[in-house]
Design a protein around this ligand. Structure first.
Ligand code: SAH
Length: 363
């Protein structure tokens, strides 16, 4: 007798079960990496994940003001760099290309800046690459695509919205007097479950209190160090903005979450089909960036950052110019600035090479 196929079993769940049966439990970082980046079934390789009809909505999709203000920020920083004749403008994980499109439109206000731009989009998802090409089809600046940051000699500006949260994290669980890797294994019926792995050094910050039994600690030390090295290899002068949901006070806790069609779901239930993220520890990212020889400014809560850049004034002007869209523009900007929502949950960190003076609007 054959049983009906389990609708929750994804191709990736089968692949993971085979791998775990063969090699034993895998780390949470490996699990995330497979779920997001598996060449055939990985979440970020397969689907157009972002937008009202997809799994989650991001700031540039909520309001054009977001990308426009970032475009103008780039122009100011370019001036601060001494207005170099050529500037790499690099975006990590550009999604649907909306932020870059809005930024390039705003850049028309500073023609010499726009003329200096060489845009590079770092994207692993082919469907999204296609959408980016479509969104930027009419732009008269050179645009290149790649799957990785490529080393060069500067000058460069890097923008990344909701990119850090996709980087794999290790998790550790406290048992008796020791930390263990938190791993993904199989239960008696062959379904994925969290299991304790081997003892490991969790390397918790000195500021944390002693852990209680069962405490979870997570970090992205490997991924952050690798990214920081790649940023340094971009050369000088370098500046960048990293915007993400996260915290500035390291703490214990499991922040791994899965989102499928705008709803939270079990992170082990539909591997490859749900978006998997963890909160960004901005203190840890700043440490990694500084350890690689760069400087950091901020972080600032998103509401503060956008407010200082003139978000409300820009939205008011847009509303006056487009009365038919006024309500939509107003609700969009309100959502980005919401003190109990994105305005406070998202943080913005500036990064720069040592030869660049502190970035606006952080100081
Ligand atoms: N910045 C966009 C999209 C955020 S979603 C926005 O704000 O709407 C994360 C983006 O990062 C997607 O475009 C995804 O395909 C891309 N991505 C995920 N992992 C990546 C990796 N390792 N390298 C490059 N891009 C990646």
């Amino acid at each position: 007798m054959t049983s009906a196929p389990d609708p929750l079993v994804t191709p990736l769940a089968r692949h993971l079960a085979e791998r775990i049966t063969r090699d034993g439990p895998i780390s949470v970082a490996d699990y995330i990496d497979v779920c997001l980046q598996h060449p055939e079934h990985g979440y970020y390789r397969r689907q157009a994940a972002i937008g009202a009809a997809a799994d989650f909505v991001t700031a540039p999709e909520i309001s054009q003001v977001f990308g426009e203000l970032i475009g103008l920020w780039c122009a100011v920083v370019w001036q601060q760099m001494g207005a170099p004749a050529s500037l790499r403008l690099i975006e990590l994980g550009p999604g649907r290309g909306t932020l870059m499109r809005d930024a390039l439109r705003a850049a028309r206000l500073v023609p010499a800046f726009r003329a200096a731009l060489r845009v590079e989009l770092v994207e692993t998802n082919e469907t999204l690459q296609q959408m980016q090409r479509e969104a930027l089809r009419n732009e008269d600046v050179p645009i290149a695509w790649g799957a990785k940051l490529t080393a060069a000699d500067g000058p460069a500006i890097v923008i990344a919205n909701e990119f850090l949260d996709t980087l794999p994290a290790d998790q550790f669980v406290r048992r008796k007097a020791a930390w263990h890797m938190r791993c993904v294994g199989l239960d008696a019926s062959g379904d994925l479950q969290f299991v304790d792995g081997p003892e490991a050094e969790a390397d918790i910050p000195a500021s944390l209190p002693a852990p209680s039994e069962g405490a979870i600690y997570e970090h992205r030390r490997t991924a952050f160090a690798r990214l920081a090295e790649a940023l340094t290899a971009l050369g000088t002068p370098l500046a960048g903005l990293f915007i993400d949901y996260g915290h500035t006070e390291p703490n214990y806790g499991d922040t791994l979450q899965a989102i499928l069609a705008h709803r939270y779901t079990d992170p082990l239930q539909t591997p490859g089909q749900a978006d998997l993220t963890l909160q960004v520890d901005f203190t840890a990212f700043a440490h990694a960036v500084e350890a690689a020889g760069l400087r950091c400014d901020g972080p600032l809560p998103q509401a503060e950052f956008l407010g200082r850049l003139g978000a409300v004034e820009r939205a008011s002007r847009l509303m006056a110019a487009n009365p038919a869209r006024a309500a939509e523009i107003e609700s969009g900007i309100a959502r980005l600035l919401a003190p109990t929502g994105m305005g406070a949950r998202f943080q913005v960190l500036g990064i720069r090479s040592v030869d660049v003076s502190p970035l606006p609007p952080f100081s």
